[in-house]
Design a protein around this ligand. Sequence first.
Ligand code: NAD
Length: 331
Amino acid sequence: MKIYAYGIRDDEKPSLKEWETAHPEVEVAFTQELLTPETAKNAAGADGVVVYQQLPYTRETLQALADQGIHQMSLRNVGIDNIDLKAAKELGFKISNVAAYSPNAIAEHAAIQLARILRRSKELDAKVAKRDLRWAPTIGREVRMQTVGVVGTGRIGRVLIQILQGFGAKIVAYDIFKNPDIDKQGLYVDSLDELYAKSDVISLHVPSVKENIHMINKDSIAKMKDGVVLVNVARGDLVDTDAVVAALDSGKVSGMVMDVYENEIGIFNEDWEGKKFPDARLDDLIDRPNVLVTPHTAFYTTKAVLEMVHQSFDAAVAIANGQETRNLVKF
Ligand SMILES: NC(=O)c1ccc[n+]([C@@H]2O[C@H](COP(=O)([O-])OP(=O)(O)OC[C@H]3O[C@@H](n4cnc5c(N)ncnc54)[C@H](O)[C@@H]3O)[C@@H](O)[C@H]2O)c1
């Protein structure tokens, strides 16, 4: 059995080595290059490919794999939106993904950034860097004094609730499908509007499906408390960024955590130092003392990377052996 992996980063290599050592029966080959119609040829002789990229998996790319007899692709990430699924179906592809690599990685990031906003640590760090060691006016707020509204109580939302309960925060939650544990704790409110009205901090943990696009907009912000803090470590397009910028300007929103951004593709995970920054709105947000921007790194921990590599290779082997895998994507 041979598995060929594309787009392998240096930080993935230790996890890959570990998997290889545990599976001597599988021949592993890999490249840093992404999967394209040209590079697909390098996988000749493999039973399956393991991939992770934002670059589209086009019909031509899938055809190039199929031409070498490869009809399976195992993603190291979750998103399948950049795959030509019609072509994949027609070419008889089996696709797996890694839906849950480490919910804690994302939930911890949300909690840490939320606490940093409340303690005004961006402002304080900048003062300390200048050797201004005065306390005032950089007074903080305590997490336990906040009502935190958690929108979406799936894998990540639930871990965030646990973490914030450790701080002593009051939680209100909303989900279109109630989770029995959260329900038992009596944390659910009946509507998003009720959550908006009650929360000092609102954290999003829902997918970017059609109905959720721009769920944070001018109208929903108007329903929130004055001085609300928004946390988005889910998907950029859940938030109408222009509406949030206006609300930051007016003070309606007192702080924003954003690990994701509507136009992040092609901007995040690049080094812009010394180059013309391509997005004036993001440039401005990065400069604001009450906005914490991270470049989609909530997931980026050693544990999550290990899970992404190990689960994708396990799934690739299972598919090649005709075995069941919970990672198989239905499309
Ligand atoms: N920043 C990162 O690095 C990163 C990494 C992984 C996942 N994410 C994102 O985090 C989000 C949550 O992921 P998850 O694994 O917890 O997903 P999940 O599927 O386990 O949970 C999502 C929950 O949202 C609920 N939901 C959907 N629409 C809703 C709505 N309009 N109102 C209320 N609830 C709604 C669903 O019923 C579900 O319970 C996703 O957007 C995912 O893309 C971000």
